[in-house]
Design a protein around this ligand. Structure first.
Ligand SMILES: C[S@@+](CC[C@H](N)C(=O)[O-])C[C@H]1O[C@@H](n2cnc3c(N)ncnc32)[C@H](O)[C@@H]1O
Length: 231
């Protein structure tokens, strides 16, 4: 930690610096991979560089389904995350653990026979081991057409066990759902065996970084390509 920095500062800073973040993930998927449909689970409060803004800048006909289990987030999303005229946005009130509801609602807006960019950015660390996050991801990814992509970013304590452990312990005392930071091996296992796009699972600021990014980062990120045929 830098001098004077508290554990809370470190976690906040790390969240801000999540380099395989929405802007970077969508930009890569829309520009380099030709993805025109996005399922963004764990939307978060609207902020500059929302999924539809980035994607529709590249291709105005992009369709985005935002999913979150926080009614406040969804109220802001409905008010502020509005699509351009050639694309479409929809909002689904659902828990990431409820895969049938998410896919059923998403299919009103997305053509699940065509490739989708599935974004699980900074959300799976809210899912406890008891809820089997890897099975949830696999259940989602199995229903996506071949050529779909899966982007995950996830809190880790690997790089700073003391500060992150202390921050998570304090958070978990206050918030019943809690946070589960995971190791590199555990985050890699969330991709359900799908082939990872280079550079694999890395600290998010190192994912295709074009310049060194100073400061702490306690998030891993990675992108995988689905080759599964839908059942
Ligand atoms: C840290 S924000 C991430 C925002 C955005 N994905 C990003 O990377 O900037 C986490 C979001 O996940 C949502 N969330 C947490 N647990 C969830 C769950 N079990 N199901 C769906 N959404 C969840 C929260 O309400 C919050 O909006």
């Amino acid at each position: 930690m830098s001098p004077g920095q508290t554990t809370g500062d470190r976690l906040r800073e790390s969240r801000k610096r999540r380099g395989l973040s929405r802007p970077q993930a969508e930009c890569h998927l829309a520009k380099e991979c030709g993805i025109r449909q996005f399922l963004d689970i764990g939307t978060g409060l609207p902020a500059p560089g929302n999924t539809h803004e980035i994607a529709q800048q590249i291709a105005p006909d992009c369709r985005i389904v935002y999913v979150d289990n926080d009614p406040l987030v969804l109220a802001h999303a409905r008010a502020l995350l509005t699509s351009g005229p050639r694309g479409r946005c929809d909002y689904v009130d659902a828990d990431v653990r409820d895969v049938p509801t998410i896919l059923g609602a998403a299919s009103w807006t997305l053509d699940l026979e065509r490739p989708v960019g599935l974004l699980l950015l900074a959300v799976l660390h809210f899912v406890a081991d008891l809820d089997h996050p890897a099975d949830i991801v696999a259940a989602l990814a199995r229903q996506l057409a071949p050529g779909s992509f899966l982007a995950i970013s996830h809190l880790t304590a690997d790089l700073a066990p003391g500060p992150v452990g202390a921050g998570v312990a304090a958070f978990n005392m206050l918030v019943p759902a809690g946070l589960a930071p995971r190791t590199h091996a555990q985050v890699s296992a969330l991709f359900a065996g799908l082939p990872l796009v280079a550079p694999g699972v890395v600290p998010v600021t190192q994912w295709r970084a074009t310049a060194p990014c100073p400061g702490p980062v306690d998030m891993y990120g990675g992108l995988a390509r689905s080759h599964w045929e839908r059942p």
